[in-house]
Structures are given as structure tokens and as C-alpha cells.
Design a protein around this ligand. Structure first.
Ligand SMILES: *[C@@H]1O[C@H](CO)[C@@H](O)[C@H](O)[C@H]1NC(C)=O
Ligand SMILES: *[C@@H]1O[C@H](CO)[C@@H](O)[C@H](O)[C@H]1NC(C)=O
Ligand SMILES: *[C@@H]1O[C@H](CO)[C@@H](O)[C@H](O)[C@H]1NC(C)=O
Ligand SMILES: *[C@@H]1O[C@H](CO)[C@@H](O)[C@H](O)[C@H]1NC(C)=O
Ligand SMILES: *[C@@H]1O[C@H](CO)[C@@H](O)[C@H](O)[C@H]1NC(C)=O
Length: 396
């Protein structure tokens, strides 16, 4: 009798405590599951072993005795159906940079248990030269393979049906054939130097889903865009980064209805006539060879512009005067005209740009006072750069 009462009491206490615990974690918004899934933890330990093939020291916090892999470095978990699942994995820069370890192959099947993985960063993985099988991750949306010089072939990406974002800069792939048919939105091909043929460019231009490609630093010259009409397929393109190439003229980008941000800094641009008709918000043209004010007049009509940089060219003519001038860009928020040969006093008409919050005037030949109207307290202007100028404020 006494014994069964005791038993009842114990059962009741356990029930109350469990209920309280569950209530507590649910009320506080914490997931009611502690730690990560056992087979994901095992998969991560196998990955660690692969990254330390030979005698590496990568991923020191990934440890068999440590139960909650969601706390390990380079891992992000999310609560999916009341279970903590690994959703992001940053293996970039973790493998020892030991000459002896180069190059190496990674067994792609090690990732298989990480079924909810969405982001995988394998950039700068000291000598990664390829995968032993096809990567199969049905939820992966972002893959970073930047800076793997030994990776001579772009891996087969057919096993990644959700992929929308891929980073492939600073690699030396022989071709981009495995990009064919992908529905990418973001594609980073900076510093890759293999976009030498129109065929490669065609693969990119066929991707109707593309929104943000970067083809920075690829030695592209005007010839690759000559007679080029396939850009018309990129109807979703929002930004295009072509900085750091050797273009002399802006490529013909008409027919890209969504293009708002165009990055063309650090080329050899002299001719801008193809900018005509574009409805840009951001236009970067710094570090080019522009010397004729007339070429720029096509910009003064772009009333949608918010960010404009034309710094470090050879501009000296008065771009602030005339019926259509720079000051007509009333919606500009950022303007950089540094590093040219503009002279005289700072143009008062800049005061008419009432949305401006950053203004770069450095390294020109401006002299005299800052127009008081530019500095008046109701202005949005927050930053003004005046390095290397003979400028003073009247408030001195
Ligand atoms: C790895 O370490 C073991 C034991 O310290 C050593 O015997 C072996 O030679 C090392 N292997 C390499 C490739 O450095
Ligand atoms: C890996 O990349 C992420 C995101 O870019 C970064 O925050 C992290 O510091 C990098 N890890 C290493 C070890 O370099
Ligand atoms: C581009 O798409 C067209 C039509 O779908 C196809 O005929 C052509 O082979 C594709 N070109 C490349 C380089 O993918
Ligand atoms: C700018 O717009 C005006 C008026 O709409 C037009 O007459 C002029 O040709 C345009 N200039 C350029 C360079 O597009
Ligand atoms: C500002 O714009 C108005 C209207 O276009 C013009 O009359 C005025 O001269 C401009 N101000 C300056 C300082 O250029």
C-alpha cells in the first residue's frame, strides 16, 4: 500500500516536471529538442576526418565527445519540424595549408546525411581538386567554390536541384559546360579568366533566371560583345559586374528590362553611348579613360540614378553647366567625382540635389568656399570628401 503510493507520487512528480520543462522551452521560443541529430553529427565527424586526411588539424572543436554539433564552428542549425538540422556549413579556409596535402579529392557522398543543407562553403579548401562522386543535396541553394586553384573541372551540379547561387571566382575551370541548364540567380565568375570565348558567354546569357552575375577581372575586351544579341534572354538581370576588364566601350545592354545596377569601374572606357535607354539606379565608372564631357551627357538623362561614380577619369570640362547637366540628377544619393581635373569653385547647383548624402570631391582642382546652401542643416548630406583640395568652409 505504502509502496504503491510512493510509486504514484514519483510518477506524478516526473509528469509535472516533464510538462514544466516542455512548457518552459515552448514558451521561451527555444526548440524543444536538444542537440543535433545523431546521423548528422556522425556525418560531420566523417567530413572532419576527410578534411584531415594525412595529419591535418582542421576543425578542432568538432569532437566525438561533444554532443551538440550545432555549437561546432562553421555550422548553423535551424529548427525544422521540431528537430535541429544542419542548414549551413562553412568549411572554407579550415584545411591546413600544407604543401604535402595538395591536391586532394573529396568524397561527395559524405554530405548525403545532411539532407537539409542549404548553404555549403567550400572556398579556399587547400588543394581541393574534385569530388569522387556527384554532390547530391536536394535543398542546397548556395555553393561557394571560390579560390580552389586545383579544381580544374567545374563539378557536375545535376544533383543540386535547388541551387540558385554559385561562387566560382579565382578558379581555373577548363569550361563552364556544367552550368548549362541551371536556374541560377547569382553567379560569381570573378578572377577566372576563362571566359575567353563567346560560347562560354552564351552559356551565361542563356540563363534566363540570372539576376546578379559578376564577371569581374576576366580580361574581357569589346570583341566578345560585338554583334552580340543573346543578352536579350537575360530578362531578369538586375545587376551586372564587369569591373576590372579591358572594355573600351559599354557593351550593348539594351533589352535587359530589369537591369538597375551596372559596375564598369577599372576598365578603359571612352565611349558610353550604349548607356542610352538604360534605367539604372547604380552606375560605377571610376578608373576609366573618359575625357570627353559630351560622352557623359547620356548619363544626365538617367533620372532614376541614385549612385554614380565617375572618379579617377580625365574629366575637366564643366559638367555642371548647360541645360542638361549633372545637377539634373535630383534623385542622386551618392556621387563621386574625385580624381578628375575639375577646377574653379564648387558648383552651387549641387545644392539642388536634395537627396545627396555622400559627395566625393577629393583630388580635383576646386578652390574657394563650400557653397553654404550645400551645408545648410536641412540637407541630407552626411559625408563629403575634400582631400587634396584648396577648400575651406565659410563656417571656419
Ligand atoms: C602522421 O603522423 C604519424 C604519427 O605522428 C607519422 O608516423 C606519419 O608519418 C605522419 N604522416 C604524414 C604524412 O605526415
Ligand atoms: C568562411 O566564410 C564565412 C562567410 O563568408 C566567414 O564568415 C568565415 O570567417 C570563413 N571561415 C574561415 C575559416 O575562413
Ligand atoms: C541556348 O539556348 C538555346 C535555346 O534553348 C539553345 O538552342 C542553345 O543551344 C543554348 N546555348 C548554349 C550555349 O547553352
Ligand atoms: C536627353 O533627353 C532629352 C530630352 O528628353 C533629349 O532631347 C536628348 O537627346 C537626350 N540626350 C541623350 C544624350 O540621351
Ligand atoms: C536649382 O534648380 C532651379 C530649378 O531648376 C534653378 O532655377 C536654380 O538655378 C538651381 N540652383 C542652382 C544653385 O543652380
Amino acid at each position: 500500500m505504502k509502496l504503491s503510493l510512493l510509486r504514484l507520487c514519483v510518477v506524478w512528480t516526473i509528469w509535472v516536471m516533464t510538462t514544466l520543462l516542455l512548457l518552459d522551452c515552448e514558451l521561451s521560443g527555444r526548440p524543444c529538442v536538444l542537440g543535433c541529430m545523431e546521423d548528422e553529427r556522425a556525418a560531420l565527424l566523417n567530413l572532419k576526418a576527410a578534411f584531415n586526411s594525412l595529419n591535418g588539424t582542421a576543425l578542432p572543436l568538432w569532437h566525438a565527445n561533444s554532443r551538440d554539433c550545432c555549437r561546432w564552428e562553421g555550422i548553423k542549425c535551424d529548427n525544422i519540424a521540431n528537430t535541429m538540422r544542419v542548414t549551413e556549413l562553412y568549411l572554407n579556409g579550415t584545411r591546413d595549408n600544407d604543401e604535402l596535402l595538395l591536391p586532394w579529392l573529396l568524397d561527395a557522398s559524405l554530405f548525403l546525411p545532411l539532407e537539409e543543407l542549404q548553404v555549403l562553403d567550400l572556398s579556399s579548401t587547400a588543394g581541393l581538386a574534385g569530388f569522387t562522386s556527384t554532390l547530391r543535396l536536394k535543398n542546397l541553394r548556395s555553393l561557394n567554390l571560390n579560390d580552389n586553384l586545383y579544381l580544374e573541372q567545374l563539378p557536375n551540379l545535376d544533383g543540386l536541384p535547388s541551387l540558385t547561387e554559385i561562387f566560382l571566382s579565382a578558379n581555373s575551370f577548363e569550361n563552364l559546360n556544367h552550368l548549362k541548364g541551371l536556374k541560377l540567380e547569382t553567379l560569381d565568375l570573378a578572377f577566372s579568366n576563362h571566359l575567353s570565348s563567346e560560347d562560354e558567354l552564351l552559356i551565361i546569357c542563356n540563363m534566363t533566371s540570372l539576376k546578379h552575375p559578376s564577371i569581374r577581372e576576366n580580361n574581357l575586351d569589346d570583341s566578345i560583345f560585338e554583334g552580340f544579341t543573346n543578352t536579350l534572354r537575360l530578362k531578369n538581370l538586375q545587376s551586372l559586374d564587369l569591373s576590372g576588364n579591358v572594355l573600351k566601350q559599354v557593351p550593348n545592354l539594351n533589352g535587359l528590362p530589369c537591369l538597375t545596377d551596372l559596375y564598369l569601374s577599372d576598365n578603359s572606357l571612352e565611349h558610353l553611348n550604349h548607356l542610352k535607354g538604360l534605367k539604372l539606379e547604380t552606375l560605377e565608372l571610376s578608373w576609366n579613360e573618359m575625357s570627353r564631357e559630351g560622352e557623359l551627357s547620356v548619363i544626365w538623362n538617367m533620372t532614376s540614378l541614385k549612385h554614380l561614380s565617375i572618379g579617377f577619369n580625365h574629366l575637366s570640362d564643366p559638367i555642371f553647366e548647360g541645360k542638361t547637366s549633372l545637377c539634373e540628377l535630383r534623385g542622386l544619393e551618392e556621387l563621386d567625382i574625385s580624381g578628375n581635373a575639375f577646377a574653379g569653385s564648387i558648383p552651387p547647383c549641387l545644392s539642388n540635389m536634395t537627396s545627396l548624402y555622400t559627395l566625393g570631391l577629393s583630388y580635383n582642382h576646386f578652390r574657394g568656399a563650400i557653397p553654404p546652401s550645400l551645408l545648410s542643416s536641412h540637407r541630407s548630406l552626411e559625408y563629403i570628401s575634400l582631400l587634396g583640395l584648396g577648400i575651406y568652409s565659410t563656417k571656419q
